[in-house]
Design a protein around this ligand. Structure first.
Ligand SMILES: Nc1ncnc2c1ncn2[C@@H]1O[C@H](COP(=O)(O)OP(=O)(O)OP(=O)(O)O)[C@@H](O)[C@H]1O
Length: 315
């Protein structure tokens, strides 16, 4: 199924003279985790707040399930939000908080099930004001998924959580998407985005600099293929595409490439055909963090990334 849940077209947001969002376009499809990433001040929060219906765009359009996000009434029961700043009441316990939200959430999960989802099962009786920052974050997530939303906005959901709690949230996100929930995720933990997201947009200074499937975006960075070979091996027969120069130090050969899988195939074919025994073959794709840093450093500047069969140049 390839149904569009969020459609953003030529979106702009200006604050006085400052252009925070500079004509961006992307779409989020049903059942995927879409990561919206970016440098500080890139315009992510502005974009998300427009998608959530809290902020008016200066130009362009956003559609959520085909509706204007400002039409909160049509969307409230279908979307869940985890905002950066939570609005919990200190005097209520975790259980009372869930009960209060259950009253105006149709089809809400039972209290215990909701608290167990994020590992707060033992803390139903703890007052919010006595909870740690991470525990409050977990409660925010509980409330966001209470009504089993079709679309979940997770704005830095794991900030302040310990590694075990972050793992639990990752598992929860995977379970939710397996059950058909669409997730729009922002995070500064790029490993987390790489693990969870099927598609990604990376923003810098109001524009989208990289957009596509995770594999397409990772393909923009530089990976490498490295291996050991017997002394005196002749590399002449190893045919690699343009721009791929083997770098040999002693018995070790390193090839820097944006397409490590194709290069590894070529190396294995060459070794097999020439009876060369190679060892320690190491094929490494760029990480999302490396691609992100290239963008932040201005090394990826044109920003045109294929988005599967729908080729689109992000504006
Ligand atoms: N209400 C506002 N009035 C004026 N400028 C604003 C306002 N909100 C955001 N900005 C500016 O717009 C730009 C984009 O901000 P935004 O919060 O959308 O970025 P961000 O990508 O979420 O950043 P971060 O990762 O640091 O949270 C920044 O330069 C910010 O200072």
């Amino acid at each position: 199924m390839d149904e569009t849940v969020i459609e953003v077209a030529d979106l702009r947001k200006r604050y006085g003279d400052l252009t925070a969002v500079d004509g961006i376009s992307f779409e989020v499809r049903r059942g995927e985790v879409f990561a919206l990433l970016g440098t500080n001040g890139a315009g992510k929060t502005s974009t998300i707040e427009i998608m959530e219906g809290y902020l008016k765009p200066s130009g362009g359009t956003v559609k959520i399930f085909g509706h204007d996000p400002a039409d909160r009434r049509s969307l409230r029961s279908r979307t869940g939000l985890v905002l950066q700043e939570s609005g919990l009441f200190g005097e209520l316990t975790a259980g009372e908080t869930v009960d209060a939200w259950r009253r105006f959430t149709s089809g809400a999960r039972p209290r215990q099930e909701a608290l167990d989802l994020v590992g707060l099962g033992d803390q139903a009786g703890t007052k919010v004001k006595h909870m740690s920052g991470g525990e409050k974050r977990k409660l925010d997530i509980t409330l966001a998924v209470l009504g089993r939303p079709e679309l979940l906005f997770l704005d830095e959901p794991t900030t302040g959580l310990d590694p075990e709690a972050r793992r639990r949230v990752r598992r929860l996100v995977r379970d939710l998407t397996e059950a058909g929930t669409t997730v729009l995720l922002t995070t500064h933990y790029l490993e987390e985005a790489q693990e969870l997201a099927s598609r990604v947009a990376i923003m810098d200074r109001g524009r989208i600099m990289a957009y596509g499937t995770m594999a397409e975006v990772l393909g923009r960075g530089t990976g490498r293929v490295a291996f050991e070979m017997p002394p005196g091996t002749d590399l002449d027969g190893l045919t690699l595409g343009a721009g791929h120069e083997p770098n040999v130090t002693g018995q070790r050969c390193v090839i820097v490439t944006a397409d490590p899988e194709s290069v590894a195939h070529a190396v294995l074919g060459w070794a097999h055909a020439n009876g060369v025994r190679i060892a320690g073959l190491d094929v490494r794709q760029a990480t999302l963090e490396e691609v992100f840093l290239d963008i932040a450093d201005g090394d990826i500047a044109d920003g045109v990334i294929a988005d599967g069969d729908r080729q689109e140049a992000p504006k």
